[in-house]
Ligand binder design. Structure first.
Ligand SMILES: Cc1ncc(COP(=O)(O)O)c(C=O)c1O
Ligand SMILES: [Zn+2]
Length: 398
């Protein structure tokens, strides 16, 4: 079923075999899934998958699951790539698109990663899965664990939006609230994991969530009629989406689906938590921890990322950029996307529009560029932010 070959450490390049339970490499770095694509007839595959159901499992040969019976799916992926006509006209950017990830199960793109990771957990015979989460990843994991009949444990920062917390509880997960950020959640959770034998599903600490997220890039290319966009603007916390998509472009080139062209990747962070932006500006290899992280975009309140060097590498290789936007600018973006394009998106999505406006002003992007904004989550889960964004509308008192 799959072309999957082995796992490879992203730093020391050590190879590890599939079919065993892995977290990080011995050297402390993330493991990435590698596929045997040489000799595969890419155009025949491309043809075959075009008629398959519209979810991410249409790309199953390029995912790590080897048995169909392992797949745990709620219909995630193949989300709409919407042409932002009104917004594009206003900005002088006729080829502006929005990848609406808010329509995924549990309302965010985290469903992609968790569908693949829980499927792999099932394939490997795991029964207890745990994750520190800023909100959406925990909810998604809880949903897929419920379908798979697994036990789920989620550690969340105290400031996580209330819907994220309720969702996890409703989906049967044990929820523990921790003072601080996702980093403190990770520390607290580690002790439980060791004591009680949970499998650690933290971002990039297990190799498969990134595989689910990479499918966003396959979809964008397919939905643009086999075209690679000029730029992709992505709200970056742990960076799984960016790292996964960057890898997906290489896989697509190897299959002959695309040529050498790559999009410029734009990582958007919050001014109150911008470790990647700071490291990228300093041309550093790694990002130092951001102290006292603060932002309304809970998914971006990630003070340090285990895959920092992979995010920075992808930005450099793509001749991209990392920029920080304020919470007010994000909420402005949320409001503007709602008013012009009819989408109620999470603050993380609003951040991509704020970034786009800056990049046009600064001349980083040109009017004839094809640009994709990743609206990673639904705004309906962010009652607190939605209230603030609505209150910012002049003359409206909700
Ligand atoms: C809505 C939303 N956008 C973006 C992110 C950041 O994603 P990543 O960890 O892939 O960088 C998150 C993470 O929680 C999120 O929930
Ligand atoms: Zn290694």
């Amino acid at each position: 079923m799959a072309f999957v070959s082995h796992l490879e450490c992203a730093r020391c390049r050590k190879h590890l075999e599939l079919g065993r339970v892995h977290n990080l490499c011995d050297c402390g770095s993330p493991l990435l899934v590698r596929y045997q694509l040489a000799g595969i007839d890419g155009s025949a595959l491309r043809h075959r998958l075009a008629s398959r159901p519209a979810n991410l499992w249409r790309y199953r040969e390029l995912l790590p699951v080897t048995r169909e019976s392992s797949i745990v799916s709620l219909g995630e992926g193949f989300t709409p790539l919407l042409h932002a006509r009104r917004l594009g006209e206003e900005l002088g950017l006729p080829n502006l698109y929005m990848k609406d990830e808010g329509v995924n199960p549990t309302g965010s793109f985290k469903a992609r990663g968790q569908s693949v990771a829980i499927s792999m957990a099932r394939e490997l015979g795991l029964r207890k899965v745990a994750v520190p989460s800023a909100g959406n990843a925990g909810g998604a994991m809880a949903a897929y664990a419920a379908v798979a009949g697994m036990q789920a444990l989620v550690y969340m920062p105290e400031g996580t939006p209330v819907v994220n917390r309720l969702e996890c509880a409703l989906l049967g997960a044990e929820v523990v609230l921790v003072p601080g950020s996702i980093k403190e959640c990770g520390h607290a959770l580690r002790q439980r994991i060791e004591r009680e034998g949970w499998f650690d599903m933290s971002t990039l600490k297990e190799p498969y969530r990134v595989e689910g997220k990479k499918t966003m890039a396959y979809e964008v290319v397919e939905q643009l009629g086999d075209k690679v966009p000029d730029a992709m603007i992505y709200p970056t916390g742990g960076g799984t989406g960016l790292v996964g998509m960057w890898k997906a472009f290489d896989e697509m080139e190897e299959l002959g689906w695309i040529g050498r062209k790559r999009p410029r990747l734009v990582a958007v962070q919050a001014t109150g938590c911008a470790p990647i932006v700071r490291a990228y500006a300093a041309r550093a290899e790694h990002a130092e921890e951001w102290l006292n992280p603060q932002t309304i975009a809970s998914g971006l309140r990630v003070p340090s990322a285990v895959g920092d060097f992979l995010i920075l590498r992808a930005l450099r290789e793509s001749q991209g950029v990392a920029i920080a936007v304020s919470d007010d600018a994000m909420l402005d973006g949320v409001r503007h996307l709602a008013e012009t394009e009819g989408l109620v998106t999470a603050p993380e999505g609003g951040a991509t529009l704020a970034a786009l406006e800056r990049l046009l002003e600064e001349g980083f992007l040109a009017g004839d560029d094809t640009v994709v904004l990743f609206l990673t989550g639904s705004g309906y889960k962010y009652l607190e932010a939605m209230q603030q964004a609505a209150l910012m509308r002049p003359g409206h008192e909700p």
